[in-house]
Design a binder for this molecule. Structure first.
Ligand code: ADP
Ligand code: DP6
Length: 441
């Protein structure tokens, strides 16, 4: 699969992690509160390559983006300059019915930003290949016994079953980082420079909101950029001046917005993953409709201001308490700090009539917490039926993982669901440039 990538032509590989919001679902949408988010070892990698002139995959005036793990998922674009500070607009030239809105929006924003902010930089034909760690998708088709790290999925992206690790935020962040690193000299853009990282953060948030067609809290993009942190959201009004890509003034508005005042906050030093413990994710079949769950919680909040303020305040206390307990690293303290996260999330769900920790999850999590070596559990993010996050003893006791896997096997059989421990681990690092010599394919 990855043999389709010409390794001699690679200029950079940039990767960004998936996310898990351990505490602070719903409240993090309001800038008065925060959320505790961890990065995940499952990363999306973008491989930037110079185009080989003899290659038929991208002509001399095209940018090719492909996702070689998936069937027929490649998108090639021509690009043109738009007058009056409109920047660059890409037009898809290959199979126009198979669009990737996240990729196209990223190209329009990032290429426009580059040409507006650095008018002397030329946009040369290039190829960006996306490879995702296997845990982003639950494989439903038997794949080849490929020994490569990035397994082919035997279907198109639109048909793939996502596990909810935040693929679009990791994709937008790694693709934005790869385009900036590829086209700009390190004197102008480098991930080791905090100003560059901030520009990447702001740009990736703007792209992600535009591509999603809604403004979430942005905790997923923040953790893709910065890794684990306590996150306070940016004001949505920051993005309001940006018109549609391809219109006059677009690039100028993007540049001004990216370098304007942002009011988000990411605190990295307030939490950690304690030594000897690991954050693990459990994938349960069934989907969660985050958007309708948010609507339902918001409606309850509007109608019950006092009660919801109180519970939101309590959950805020949990965010800080859990972050501090994890940093402290004492098992008893972590257990104590995780318990009320579940209780308050469940209460918000019950009061608003939203299945945040539905009964089926309560039963599974209660039983899971009884497995030796499991310190605590939560329904991550918006909650729902499809995922759980657990903190387990790791190094000290290798048996825990086996016990959890055995428990989930038995639970799945008994309940007629498919609950599975993912390989993915919580990790603290955000977007990074990979070392080409040691990169594992
Ligand atoms: N490996 C990938 N290659 C290309 N595009 C991807 C990849 N993973 C995700 N995407 C893009 O992100 C979209 C999924 O976004 P979304 O439904 O918001 O999922 P998530 O909750 O995982 O972020 C896909 O339709 C596709 O446009
Ligand atoms: C409700 C939220 O605060 C948290 C949702 O977290 P999830 O991890 O459940 O998100 P998705 O992967 O986008 O479905 C919404 C937000 O903060 O944007």
């Amino acid at each position: 699969m990855t043999d389709k990538i010409n390794k001699d032509k690679i200029t950079h590989i940039v990767s960004a992690p998936g996310k898990v919001l351990l505490a602070g679902g719903y409240i993090v949408l309001d800038p008065n509160y925060t959320g505790l988010v961890f990065g995940l070892s499952a990363r999306i990698h973008v491989v930037a390559q110079d185009v080989v002139s003899s290659s038929s995959s991208a002509s001399s005036s095209e940018i090719l983006v492909d996702s070689p793990q998936f069937d027929i998922d490649s998108w090639s674009y021509t690009y043109e300059s738009i007058p009056e500070n409109g920047g660059i607009k890409v037009t898809q030239v290959s199979s126009p019915t198979n669009k990737n809105h996240f990729v196209e929006t990223t190209l329009n924003y990032v290429l426009s930003y580059i040409t507006q902010h650095h008018p002397n930089v030329s946009i040369k034909p290039s190829r960006f290949s996306i490879v995702a760690d296997n845990d982003y998708y639950s494989s439903t088709t038997p794949t080849t016994s490929s020994s490569s790290r990035f397994k082919p999925l035997g279907q198109t992206i639109s048909k793939a079953n996502k596990t909810g690790l935040g693929s679009s935020a990791a994709l937008v962040t790694s693709l934005t980082g790869a385009i900036l690193t590829h086209y700009l000299p390190s004197s102008l853009f480098s991930l080791s420079n905090p100003y560059s990282r901030l520009a990447l953060h702001n740009l990736a948030q703007a792209v992600h909101c535009a591509a999603q067609g809604k403004i979430g809290s942005g905790f997923d993009v923040a953790s893709a950029v910065y890794g684990s942190c306590i996150y306070r959201r940016f004001s949505p009004s920051i993005l309001k001046a940006i018109p549609q890509p391809g219109t006059p003034g677009f690039a100028k508005a993007v540049e001004e917005t990216i370098h304007g005042e942002w009011d988000h906050k990411t605190e990295k030093d307030k939490t950690a993953i304690p030594e000897g413990y690991a954050i693990r994710m459990v994938d349960v079949t069934g989907g969660t409709q985050t958007v309708s769950m948010v609507k339902s919680v918001n409606a309850w909040r509007e109608a019950n201001k006092e009660e919801s303020d109180e519970l939101f305040g309590e959950l805020q206390g949990c965010v800080e308490g859990l972050a501090a307990a994890l940093k402290e690293g004492e098992e008893g303290g972590i257990k104590k700090a995780m318990k009320p996260v579940r209780e308050i999330m469940k209460k918000i769900g019950d009061l608003s009539g939203t299945p945040i920790e539905p009964e089926s999850q309560t039963k599974m999590l209660d039983a899971l917490e009884g497995v030796e070596g499991v310190v605590g559990s939560v329904v991550p993010g918006a909650g729902g039926y499809d995922a759980a996050a657990i903190l387990v003893r790791d190094e000290q006791d290798k048996g825990t993982i086996k016990r959890v896997e055995k428990f989930l096997e038995g639970w799945s059989e008994k309940k007629g669901v498919k609950a599975k421990l993912l390989d993915v681990l919580g990790e603290t690092e955000g977007v990074r440039v990979e070392d080409l010599k040691t990169f594992r394919w």
